[in-house]
Ligand binder design. Structure first.
Ligand code: NAD
Ligand code: TYD
Length: 356
């Protein structure tokens, strides 16, 4: 079996659902259920004996050691993190606690467990750390895309905490021999994406008749990957990745934010037109820029293709259409995640914003 952390969040839940759709190998899913963790994402696994959910913290060493002893996983896949840049600007502490201290404690718990395995199990064991392209910093419009050799130049509290965790993972391999793998992926989108991030926020705000807030000039570039392609890349790296290596994961889909929002609006115009017949893009408003906003991310994923034969299955056009359709057909999920805590965040982040 495998142990997944953060498997009630956006990417972790997609990963667990895809894993169990393709294999009968059981999953222990350890998640703290922060505001971003949602058991409803895993509702289709209710009563499925292959999925064992545990409510807990990766930093709770006693709990993690006990889970490892009890379930004897052949791999640990670490999705658990605080993941939202804007929240990290308002309150960096939680990011250091989970992304840095939590990863340290998880590595130590796993190292103890791994050290006690027999030689064959030890050789086959993997610790896969799921990370982000944001550790590399920001690119100018003409820079080549990030390769695995780019130096780390994180600019936000979020990316700094992820960079720190990546360094710890690397050091636990170099120093203690722990068989680690790291993936650094570009921006994901797709089902179960919490509506504080750009794409789901634009979909739910558009449908609710609210403003579509564009930070600064909207010309910041992100490289978008459909979440299920990220999950397939992680499975591929877990199966065949070389121990101690990092693999960039990306969709070859660099797009400015404004273009993303225009695309979402056009799809909504087609699939769920406004009752007044006007285009959704009329709801776009320009708001104050994010402090320290990274201008451009782009991933060079050729190493993953060359070594492990991975390519994304979705184009941006096919993936974004599926995503908008998913949100349109999951109104209950959307209304449940927009709980009191979510409303408090929206108030804090956007209430005082003035048009640029
Ligand atoms: P998310 O915020 O949607 O989910 C994070 C999950 O981790 C939640 O279920 C939360 O409850 C859980 N969690 C938080 N702290 C925990 C703790 N201390 N112990 C146990 N569980 C805890 O995030 P996501 O978008 O699904 O991202 C998952 C991972 O992928 C993160 O490590 C993130 O840095 C990385 N990543 C995300 C993206 C992206 O575009 N979303 C891109 C590249 C990499
Ligand atoms: P986000 O989804 O928060 O991902 P990240 O910051 O990790 O790349 O944001 C994606 C881009 O969209 C980023 O450049 C910030 C921008 N953005 C807006 O313009 N308005 C918004 O309301 C949000 C949430 C993001």
């Amino acid at each position: 079996m495998i142990l997944v952390t953060g498997g009630a969040g956006f990417i972790g839940a997609n990963f667990v659902l895809d894993w169990l759709a393709q294999s009968d190998e059981p999953v222990v899913n350890l998640d703290k259920l922060t505001y971003a963790g949602n058991r409803e994402n895993l509702a289709s696994l209710h009563g499925d004996a292959r999925h064992h959910f545990v409510h807990g913290d990766i930093g709770d060493s006693a709990l993690v050691v006990q889970l490892l002893r009890q379930h004897q996983p052949r791999a640990v896949i670490n999705f658990a993190a605080e993941s939202h840049v804007d929240r990290s600007i308002h309150g960096p502490e939680d990011f250091i606690q989970t992304n840095v201290v939590g990863t340290l404690r998880l590595l130590e718990s796993v190292r103890g467990y791994w050290g006690g395995l027999d030689a064959e199990q030890k050789a086959g064991f993997r610790f896969l750390h799921v990370s982000t392209d944001e550790v590399y910093g920001s690119l100018s419009p003409t820079d080549p895309a990030f390769t695995e050799d780019n130096p780390f130049e994180p600019n936000s509290p979020y990316s700094a905490s992820k960079a720190a965790s990546d360094h710890l993972v690397r050091a636990w391999h170099h120093t203690y021999g722990l068989p680690v793998l790291t993936t650094n992926c570009s921006n994901n989108y797709g089902p179960y994406h919490f509506p504080e991030k750009l794409i789901p926020l634009m979909i739910v705000n558009a449908l609710a008749g609210k403003a579509l807030p564009i930070y600064g000039d909207g010309q910041q570039v992100r490289d978008w990957l459909y979440v299920k392609d990220h999950c397939s890349a992680i499975r591929r790296v877990l199966e065949g990745g070389r121990v101690g290596e990092t693999y960039n994961v990306g969709g070859w889909n660099e797009k400015p934010n404004l273009e993303i929002v225009h695309t979402v609006c056009a799809l909504l115009d087609e699939l769920c037109p406004r009752s007044d017949g006007k285009p959704y893009r009329e709801q776009i408003t320009y708001v104050k820029d994010r402090p320290g906003h990274d201008r451009r991310y782009a991933i060079d994923a050729r190493k993953l293709e060359r070594e492990l034969g991975w390519r994304p299955a979705e184009t941006f056009e096919s993936g974004i259409r599926k995503t908008v359709q998913w949100y349109l057909s999951h109104e209950d999920w959307v209304s449940h995640v927009q709980s009191g805590a979510y409303r408090d965040w929206v108030q804090k982040q956007y209430a005082s914003e003035s048009a640029a």
